[in-house]
Write a protein that binds this ligand. Structure first.
Ligand SMILES: [Zn+2]
Length: 232
């Protein structure tokens, strides 16, 4: 049984939806896609993952799952990285290193932290569901695809790497002030993996290579927290 709920609305009033499977007694994995509107592969993988959950037994997909396939619906409509107000949502989180940058930059963080309704919808989801692990899906060029971990998530990134074959990295290689990974992983110590899909691979290949990698986060979180009921 998968429930759908609306967490909030975008600048242009598009709904930001979460698909929830499982009850609150189980440790929760939060999966996010579509932070950047020009990374539709992340949305497709997230939606395919929801379909996988629909068909999977609790034993096959342990834990509670909360999937938000499209954080930035206005950006996706425009095929642009930023939201409708020109803010990079993955620089808009209330971190210690928040820095707005230039409004002309494609990584503009917004005038103040959490200025954007899409950011606040994600914050609402984390506070409401209190995930034990987070997988946030993006895509990247120039061969920099990886399982990038923030906070206590190296082991999760390594488990995912055994399934998708991508390198494990503790840094993406450039500063990301105000990023979701910094906020959730480094500052709130929620194990967080930013799954950077190879933008040069087809969508179908990205899906094929990563469904198991995302799924293993459920086993990881239930084992880590000793929820034996969730083990296969
Ligand atoms: Zn991205």
């Amino acid at each position: 049984m998968i429930r759908t709920l609306v967490l909030g609305r975008s600048v242009e009033e598009r709904p930001i939806c979460a698909y929830v499977r499982g009850d609150s007694a189980r440790k929760t994995v939060l999966v996010l896609g579509g932070f950047h509107g020009d990374e539709p592969k992340s949305v497709r993988l997230s939606l395919r993952f929801v379909e996988l959950l629909r068909g999977a037994s609790q034993a096959a997909a342990p834990g509670r799952w909360v999937v938000i396939p499209l954080v930035n619906p206005d950006g996706l409509v425009r095929r642009k990285r930023r939201n409708a107000r020109g803010v990079d949502l993955n620089r808009n989180f209330p971190t210690k290193d928040f820095a707005p940058g230039s409004p002309r930059s494609r990584m503009f963080g917004g005038s103040v932290p959490a200025s954007e309704p899409e950011t606040r919808a994600v914050l609402t989801a984390v506070r409401r569901f209190r995930p034990g692990a987070i997988v946030t899906i993006h895509s990247i060029g120039a061969g920099r695809f990886c399982n990038n971990f923030d906070g206590p998530a190296r082991a999760l990134a390594q488990a995912m790497a055994r399934r998708n074959g991508y390198p494990v990295r503790g840094s993406i290689g450039y500063p990301t002030p105000g990023s979701f990974g910094t906020w959730a992983g480094r500052e709130h110590l929620i194990p967080t993996v930013t799954l950077e899909l190879p933008s040069h691979h087809s969508t179908s290949r990205c899906v094929r290579d990563n469904l198991d990698a995302v799924l293993c986060a459920g086993q990881w979180v239930t084992r880590r927290h000793g929820d034996a009921a969730g083990l296969p």
